[in-house]
Design a protein around this ligand. Sequence first.
Ligand code: NAD
Length: 488
Amino acid sequence: MGNPAEIPLYINGQGVAALTEETFENINPATGEVLARVHRGGKQDVDIAVAAAQAAFETWSRMPGIERGRVLLRAADIMRKNRDELAMLEVLDTGKPISETPYADVDSAIDALEYFGGLAADIKGEHLDLGEGAFAYTIREPLGVCAGIGAWNYPLQIATWKSAPALAAGNSMIFKPSELTPTNAMRLAEIYSEAGVPDGVFNVVHGFGKTGHHLACHPGIAKVSFTGSVPTGRKVLEDAAGTVKHVTMELGGKSPLIIFDDAQLYNAVSAAMNANFYSQGEVCSNGTRVFVHEAVYEEFIALLKIRTEAMVIGDPRESSTQVGAMINPDHAAKVMEYIRLGIEEGAYLVTGGEKVTVPGCEEGAFISPAVFSATQDDMRICREEIFGPVMSVLSFRDEDEVIARANETEFGLAAGVFTQNLSLAHRVVRKLKAGSCWINNYNLTPVGVPFGGSKQSGIGRENCAAALDHFTELKSVYVELGDVECDY
Ligand code: NAD
């Protein structure tokens, strides 16, 4: 597709114009260039997509799992062949550097296709022995038409993490990418079609919150899998409640990363940087509250400062770039406001937190990675999700204290622990209220490991065999082998 001048909706295996006859601009965050005009789907477009997905569900869901799996594996192969193109499209859409997107975006999507493609033949129920005269069995059935609604930070990954398990289980899907990053959901739709996914099984409807609202409310949709912020997640839950839909909620976080005094400090600094500055800090599971034991606090800050200041901020298309453009000027302004607030609240800005001009990308919003020390738990920079390259480093003295402070948040997406003491690591992890925890690393999400949030960070899990459970439901069948007992 290259850089498309126009991005239509994708319904029933082809690009179609939105009935709203309205479009909106897709902008390259780094350069301000208008990449495409995107068709905005309205209620009628959603109705048409639902009808197409319902019709396609009838055949797709009846196909043997191994055949559906084969199609997904073909999609993985096509994606691999187009890896460079997809990685660059993700750079142009999101502002993230090309040093990241082939791995964190395209390879992660390929992993999902291969993993769920491989599992598609293994979706099964159970035999339940009820003694001599009867038995029961369960059938794991697909739900029907599922809606996927995505955030802008990992567009291809989110679209694939949702659609691969949904399709493997026999569902059809309507995906609404974020209005800020519509490109690669379209490429994914084209790849699915090329791989042999029947028309109508995977559809893309573009638009803003209103379009997402139409999907979440639609009576023909059985499930909504949503990735985005907690406030939007609440609205989607309310809409989904109208027809009691299944939901998966992948929401925001303010995750703790705890570094004990025996940790390998170089590795701990590496993890803290990955956990805050990868993708310009626009990562849901980031460990933005870094608790460092007081005995190593000063040393940690000194090491972190040197390495953070060496990071290369630049044109996302350059292979040497490590920090790209923020998604748009509004979001950059929000991040800069938090940096101002942090200083006002009395935190000490160790480094970064400045707007940077990148030659050739003068229209982009670039922010140098910021580290705050002298932070307190109740400061807003330590309580609210900033979704930018802003790390708060907090000091702690003992285990119970740090666990209590780490858990003192409405979020519960992720957490990390650094120590060489294995008992301490496992003891602490068990007490942390978070869906995904890492010991001596951070933010790794291999496809076989469940990913998702606890508390207000989410409901359900992606990225594992259990994700198939969230895209299916059980039917129980009781089988009588004897006579029917009856007192009448
Ligand atoms: P957002 O909540 O603003 O938007 C997410 C999606 O919801 C977009 O497609 C948007 O158009 C749509 N939307 C907006 N209003 C809607 C409504 N009323 N009904 C239905 N859909 C609606 O989030 P964002 O700014 O795109 O992404 C950033 C947020 O996403 C952060 O909070 C981040 O933590 C979270 N996130 C979570 C995960 C995870 O896996 N837990 C992954 C990535 C991002």
